[in-house]
Design a protein around this ligand. Structure first.
Ligand code: SF4
Ligand code: SF4
Length: 197
């Protein structure tokens, strides 16, 4: 399944009424590697004017189909647009996954200041996304930190054998059971699905 189809399914479709305005967060943060455009993560696209796209009418398909969480989640208010909130929310998968949580996950990427990851608004969005079964990370400067599941549960999921708290291990198994279909959607074809998935 394509990244756009996954985002449509799990984040919701693009909301036409929500405008990007002057935001250029995805033109900086995202890694683009297509025949039409190659742009590393964290590097401003050469077509970016600083307030929009210089080739908007002819921009590549990858740009046309990309919409961040703000553009897809109806309850995210205007002040949560990435250029105002300082955090861009997106659905990602790391191929191949390096751990169980990277099959498919939400991530909030700080645009230009890691303190944005600690704001009240960021915590509100984190709490909302954490109601989903998908893992939730925050990221700054290319380094991701897992926020959901919380650290003790995450450890019980990854290393069940040495855990003394068997109730937590059981909770971890339940989490894996619910996550497994999403993990398969995200990266199942690229891995042997460890951890009993
Ligand atoms: S990060 Fe979101 S709001 Fe900002 S330009 Fe990209 S899609 Fe639009
Ligand atoms: S081509 Fe335009 S929309 Fe695509 S990343 Fe570059 S500036 Fe952004």
């Amino acid at each position: 399944m394509s990244d756009t189809a996954l985002a449509d399914l799990l984040f919701g479709p693009n909301i036409e009424d929500k405008s990007c305005g002057d935001c250029i967060a995805c033109c900086v943060i995202t890694n683009i590697d297509t025949p039409e455009l190659v742009k590393p993560e964290g590097v401003v696209c050469p077509h970016c004017t600083g307030g929009g796209c210089g080739i908007y009418e002819t921009r590549p398909q990858v740009c046309r189909s990309y919409n961040c969480g703000y553009k897809r989640i109806p309850s995210m208010p205007p002040e949560s647009r990435p250029d105002q909130m300082g955090v861009m929310w997106t659905l990602e998968r790391h191929l191949p996954p390096r751990n169980v949580f990277e099959h498919l996950y939400f991530v909030g990427v700080a645009v230009d200041d890691p303190r944005s990851l600690e704001s009240v608004l960021t915590n509100d969005v984190l709490a909302m996304l954490s109601q989903s079964v998908l893992p939730v990370f925050v990221s700054w400067n290319g380094i991701k930190t897992l926020v959901h599941p919380e650290p003790n549960l995450a450890d019980a999921i990854m290393n069940p054998a040495p855990q003394r708290d068997r109730a937590l291990v059981k909770q971890g198994r339940e989490w894996l059971k619910h996550y497994a279909p999403f993990a398969r959607l995200g990266g199942g074809e690229h891995t042997d699905l460890p951890y009993g998935l």
